[in-house]
Write a protein that binds this ligand. Structure first.
Ligand SMILES: [Zn+2]
Length: 76
């Protein structure tokens, strides 16, 4: 499934989709523990959040451990 000639936008979109999927699977439960890793500080979820932040795509609501930044440009 590896496409040899992807644009930067396509690569970015695939990274974001993958990170969102990972974040969904490693979303902390009510007790703050990751249901997949069963740890309080899931490194996989943190890495996915960092990737989304670096890509300029804010994490989905309920998956972030800190409040969303208000400096993200909103389309009008
Ligand atoms: Zn996890």
């Amino acid at each position: 499934m590896t496409a040899p000639f992807l644009s930067l936008a396509q690569i970015r979109n695939r990274l974001i989709l993958t990170a969102r999927t990972v974040l969904r699977q490693h979303r902390p439960g009510p007790d703050g523990h990751c249901p997949t890793c069963r740890t309080p500080a899931c490194r996989v979820g943190t890495a996915a959040r960092d990737l989304l932040r670096a890509a300029g795509d804010p994490p989905l609501p309920g998956t972030a451990t800190d409040p969303p930044s208000s400096d993200v440009a909103q389309p009008e």
